[in-house]
Design a protein around this ligand. Structure first.
Ligand code: SAM
Length: 240
């Protein structure tokens, strides 16, 4: 769980994009364990070039920027004692298909536009810059199985040799929890972009097999209980 003051710091810049963008940012940062996980376990190294696939309204970037500023100004009494210092990324390149999300990301992070860019494009065709960390949080199930494989191949090609892919997926074999994830993601897609494409899901074992075929070495972190029981954070590193 992110500290409440950090949630406030990271979501505040979205106020300029409107009440919905602001409240959505605050709710997502509060309830989704992904962001705290990344910071608590030091999954993004300092100085990383980050490629964020399906970046949405740029919450990962907002969280990292907010964490860095908050740690710098308030670390002595506020930063969680067991967490490493937050990273200062070299650059963040976000790609998302939904124009409204890209607009909100650009508005919220405009003070950092020199190193944080958001491109409105489709990850199936958009060029991927070289990266030290590629993040794909809850996005690959929006493209079909062939596209998932093609995107992961291109991710591997764009990753530095010591880079890492942080892939968050729902385990399709996780029973009714996975069905709830699918229903929520379908509803969110419809509400936010008007798209009603089907979702292409895989079990955890199928994701691991695909990543193994593409020469990634993986470890997995469960994302918690309750609403997140079916979610998995797969940490994948290229191997020769
Ligand atoms: C569930 S949201 C996750 C957003 C973000 N990763 C986060 O965790 O806050 C999924 C995002 O993927 C985007 N998306 C879906 N299909 C896409 C595609 N083919 N190319 C780029 N973005 C896509 C949607 O527009 C949406 O913003």
């Amino acid at each position: 769980m992110l500290p409440p003051e950090l949630i406030e710091t990271a979501s505040l810049p979205y106020r300029a994009a409107g009440r919905f963008a602001w409240h959505f940012a605050s709710a997502k940062l509060r309830h989704d364990p992904f962001f705290a996980h990344v910071l608590a376990h030091g999954l993004i190294p300092d100085g990383a070039r980050i490629l964020d696939l399906g970046s949405g309204q740029g919450l990962l970037a907002a969280c990292l920027v907010g964490a860095h500023a908050w740690h710098r100004d308030d670390a002595a009494h506020a930063w969680p004692a067991l967490w490493p210092a937050p990273p200062a990324p070299h650059s963040i390149h976000g790609i998302d298909l939904t124009p409204r999300d890209i607009d909100w990301a650009r508005i919220a992070l405009k003070a950092h536009a020199a190193r944080i860019r958001f491109v409105c494009d489709d990850i199936r065709v958009a060029p991927f810059p070289q990266a030290d960390v590629v993040v794909a949080c809850d996005v690959l199930h929006y493209v079909d199985a062939n596209a998932q494989e093609a995107v992961l191949r291109r991710v591997r090609a764009s990753l530095a040799a010591d880079g890492v892919l942080l892939l968050r997926v729902s385990d399709a074999a996780a029973g009714w929890r996975a069905s709830v994830d699918r229903a929520v993601d379908f509803g969110m897609q419809l509400a936010r972009s008007g798209r009603t494409n089907g979702l292409t899901v895989r079990s955890e074992a199928q994701w691991l097999a695909l990543l193994g075929d593409l020469r990634f070495q993986v470890s997995i972190r469960p994302m918690g209980n309750g609403a997140h029981t079916a979610n998995r954070l797969i940490i994948a590193r290229p191997v020769d």
